[in-house]
Ligand binder design. Structure first.
Ligand code: FEO
Length: 403
């Protein structure tokens, strides 16, 4: 395999030497419809340095791309910016094959890598703000704890004004285009937002602090090289601005009606709520869990101001797909949502109450008690659903920002 894959030069001293995964569709529960890439970078300095590795099955692709620039055995330093296994999965093998002089990670990374892998070589901890000379160029390090793992770290190459940002500013997108400006803006915006919603949303407060820290650091950044998806070399302010907007989670005039249905009764309720929302002036997204994946829902919630969720009752519970998506959303910790629960039932009718309780535990501001319909909703219930939608829309007008 050595010799097939080529490195791509992305700045004066840096080559992309990662791997493209066209077939991955499940990333710990997040559906990656456009595949992904695992980006690693080779700094051709006096001390030749590899930033991150790739997911284990792609080790030969990494080594092949490195070999198109230099013999992998010439690598002096390896730096791990993030120990999650899509970036460190083949680190132990690469260390064995390359025999680098030194291996570095953040203080937490030095611990977590040893907890993941059997690595005999010392992993040298790099403190927040420390610098490492590679001879003719210098790297500076910035801890980004819990963005999104305890070990996460940025590395900044001063001479190329290049920030290695690990997962931040990345996206799951398999492509041969290495630069974001070579990819359609609509694809970039959608995939970057989907990535943020499904990976970084719970850490939004930390994202805001980090953006502030980066801005106050005075670092001159011309290129952002993330661990997934394309490299940013133009209009960096636009992506930084989007991160700020997503992290702030200011509610918009948009409501998501999320449901699953057995015999279309809960669906009839969802449609009546939708009409009420629209009549009240809200933007509406209706999502049946028979038609959407949980990560599509996370994407829609990212800029929503309301979440109204419903399910038929099955065996004294909500339908399994609703339990799945609500568990997932709860973990993502969306903020400042209005909401309500609804659902149809035959004899016991617990689903709407269970959903109500989950929404309450997510700190959703519930505008009503759960709305329930026995067997098939009659006109009165549908009017109640319509009124619920309208009430949420009117409350949204009071709290939402208008874009
Ligand atoms: Fe791409 Fe958190 O690993």
């Amino acid at each position: 395999m050595l010799g097939i894959y080529k490195a791509v030069k992305i700045s004066e001293h840096v080559y992309w030497v990662g791997a493209v995964d066209w077939t991955i569709r499940d990333f710990h529960g997040y559906t990656t419809k456009r595949g992904s890439s695992y980006n690693a970078y080779l700094i051709m300095a006096d001390k030749i340095t590899l930033i991150d590795t790739v997911k284990s099955p792609f080790r030969q692709e990494l080594l092949s791309r490195i070999a198109s620039v230099t013999d992998p055995k010439n690598i002096d330093y390896i730096i791990s910016n993030h120990s999650e296994m899509d970036h460190s999965g083949c680190l132990a093998e690469v260390i064995q094959e390359v025999s680098p002089e030194k291996v570095f990670a953040s203080t937490m990374g030095a611990k977590t890598l040893k907890e993941h892998f059997s690595i005999d070589q010392e992993i040298i901890a790099l403190k927040d703000g420390s610098e490492l000379s590679l001879g003719n160029v210098t790297l500076k390090f910035m801890e980004t704890r819990m963005l999104h793992w305890p070990d996460s770290m940025f590395s900044y190459l001063k001479e190329d004004a290049l920030l290695f940002s690990q997962d931040a500013f990345g996206m799951h997108l398999a492509s041969m285009e290495r630069f974001a400006d070579e990819v359609d803006d609509a694809v970039l915006d959608y995939e970057a937002a989907t990535y943020y919603a499904n990976i970084l949303l719970p850490y939004s407060a930390l994202v805001l602090s980090l953006l502030d820290k980066v801005s106050k650091s005075g670092l001159d950044i011309s290129i952002i090289a993330p661990d997934h998806g394309p490299v940013w070399r133009k209009d960096l302010g636009r992506m930084l601005g989007l991160y700020k907007k997503w992290a702030q989670q200011k509610p918009t005039n948009k409501a998501v009606v999320l449901y699953h249905t057995m015999w279309h009764s809960t669906e009839l309720m969802a449609r009546a709520i939708e009409e009420g929302l629209f009549a009240g002036g809200a933007r509406v997204k209706v999502m049946s869990m028979g038609a959407f994946h949980r990560s599509d829902v996370a994407y829609e919630i990212l800029d929503a101001g309301a979440l109204i969720a419903g399910s038929s009752t099955l065996n004294n519970n909500m339908l399994p797909a609703m339990a799945d998506v609500l568990t997932y959303l709860k973990g993502l910790k969306p903020r400042d949502l209005l909401g309500a629960a609804f659902g149809s039932y035959g004899w016991s009718g617990e689903s709407a109450s269970h959903i109500h309780d989950i929404l309450a535990s997510m700190k959703v501001d519930l505008v009503s008690e759960p709305v329930k319909a026995k067997y098939v909703p009659d006109d009165d219930i549908l009017k109640t659903c319509y009124a619920l939608g309208k009430t949420v829309a009117e409350k949204l007008q009071e709290v939402a920002i208008h874009e």
